[in-house]
Design a binder for this molecule. Sequence first.
Ligand SMILES: [Cu+2]
Length: 273
Amino acid sequence: MKNEFKWRGILPLALSACLLTSLVSCGNDDDDSNNDTQAEEQTQDGVFTAVLTPENASVSSASGSAVMTILGDELTAKVRVTGAKVGTHAQHVHAGTRCPTPEDDTNGDGVVDATEASAVYGGVLLALDSDLAGSAGDFPNGMAYSYDESASVAQILSNLGLASLALEGKVVNIHGVPESTSLPATIQGGKAAFPISCGVLTKSSDTSAASSATTDAASAVSSAAASTEAASAATAAATDATAAAAASDASAAAAAASSAVSSASAASTGSSN
Ligand SMILES: [Cu+2]
């Protein structure tokens, strides 16, 4: 990545070739494509959710959800997957704007392989691994998993050489079937990168309510900090509010935030007696 960046001023043609290359490869953690259109986008605060539905339904029944929240400098990414096959599942935010369909099986072998899929969902924007801010982490594995990581937006931008992180409309894709999976010999891109589940990130319409609820809960925590008991009650409620906000459920977040405020004040009252 750093090398690609260094080349930018010197060898624009070489960079174009790199981008073209990264567009048709996937499942590799270091395969971060950043393109110039990114520079024109702005980092968007908010909650972005994708419903993950099976790709290559003859092979995969993997489904789930991805919820990505940007609040100030923090990006939180939560992915839930069930129905996958055993093994490691590379998962990324891709730069494209739609998920592959059976019509994208350009070689007609009955599946949309990693190479065919990359032509649709684009290169890797962000690897959802255990090192969300960098590219040295591990991907989740198993037939069902919950992934939950957060990182500094500034650090992500710096590490990936991006000007902004604009998630709305981008694609979340889950990869990977075991080598034992029976697939046509004509597939390209390998089984580890084979696309199994996909969804497009849409911005929750109610994020302002959700994020202000989270802010309310956070301020309840700080105002209750004088009392240990109050602080722990408020922290628990604030966690609920944050979780609800991340799930883009503004009313649940607001309810949890108000419960944070009331449990904080109740506990303060209790502890001052
Ligand atoms: Cu990917």
